[in-house]
Design a protein around this ligand. Structure first.
Ligand code: SF4
Ligand code: SF4
Length: 288
């Protein structure tokens, strides 16, 4: 269901809809230790530069909570769980989903992250684990102490694709939805992906993933040019703290940032979007 005034926010999971009115994207994480060859973000080196401190970010989110109530934040970027104290401090005021490779220490995670205020969205990167059993064991421990873990992401890196026939049923049997994604913006043995998958690899992907998801980037996006509630019922805090309607459109919310002392100023109503293509699937719920 899409967004309607006074209705529950459609981008927020049902369990948090009575707690949060606003949905927020915060791709703040600027480092990751996993070094996946297929990293969508082209991640190879050290942390990206940052000119704000965790204390400034927590103060900014505290101001937003005081004025607008708790938000539902999608914590993303590189690896959000590299900064568990920051995540935990923001979750004192808000709720959210944490996208993670789950390399974190379980005891530290449980100490800092309140299970009743978040969902964990793990991705299974096989090179980080001895096998799927080890990954599933860690997830079972986390579920056992109360964390919601609705789904697991797998990336269609060519060497892993033959294992999907085994991994996908095992994940589903353990009670996880599977979010199966083609590799993008990366090269395997000289082949640009996703365009360069072999017929055999495409056959595996075809059996698991909607074909539209591994067409060229410009073909997966819904047309923009719609009236959209982003900026009104949702907003994005970019890596530098700038507040935007979403992660794609810049400049529509004025010069405000997470660190502005006078808080968050939302658009008064949904507005037409000037983009020809809306690439963020999470935001399609805000199209009117
Ligand atoms: S875990 Fe995610 S952010 Fe980190 S290197 Fe792998 S794909 Fe990139
Ligand atoms: S790019 Fe998409 S989410 Fe952003 S304002 Fe336009 S239609 Fe809305």
């Amino acid at each position: 269901m899409g967004w309607v005034p006074e209705g529950p926010n459609p981008a927020i999971p049902a369990w948090a809809q009575d707690k949060c009115r606003l949905y927020a994207l915060w791709p703040f994480a600027n480092k990751c230790r996993a070094h996946c060859e297929y990293c969508l973000l082209g991640y190879t080196g050290g942390p990206r530069p940052r000119d704000w401190t965790p204390a400034q970010a927590v103060a900014g989110w505290q101001r937003i909570a005081a004025e607008h109530g708790p938000c539902y934040i999608l914590f993303g970027g590189r690896e959000p769980a590299e900064e568990l104290p920051l995540l935990g401090a923001v979750l004192q005021h808000h709720y959210g989903s944490i996208a993670s490779n789950c390399m974190f220490d379980v005891a530290e995670f449980c100490d800092l992250i309140p299970p009743d205020r978040c969902e964990l969205h793990p991705s299974f990167h096989p090179h980080l684990w001895r096998d799927l059993y080890e990954f599933l064991g860690k997830m079972a421990v986390l579920r056992g102490v109360g964390y919601r873990i609705p789904s697991v992401v797998l990336v269609g890196w060519p060497p892993y694709l033959p294992r999907w026939a085994e991994w996908v049923p095992r994940l589903r049997a353990a009670g996880y939805r599977t979010n199966l994604a083609p590799a993008r913006n990366c090269t395997y043995e000289g082949r640009d992906l996703p365009e360069g998958y072999t017929p055999a690899e495409r056959a595996i992907l075809d059996s698991h993933v909607q074909p539209v998801l591994f067409t060229p980037e410009e073909e997966i996006c819904k047309p923009g040019g719609v009236v959209c509630a982003a900026g009104h019922a949702a907003f994005a805090v970019m890596a530098d703290g700038t507040i935007e309607r979403c992660t794609q459109v810049s400049g529509a919310m004025g010069p405000q940032t997470l660190f502005s002392e006078d808080g968050l100023h939302l658009l008064d109503a949904p507005l037409p979007c000037g983009e020809t293509c809306c690439v963020c699937v999470n935001m399609w719920a805000f199209h009117l």
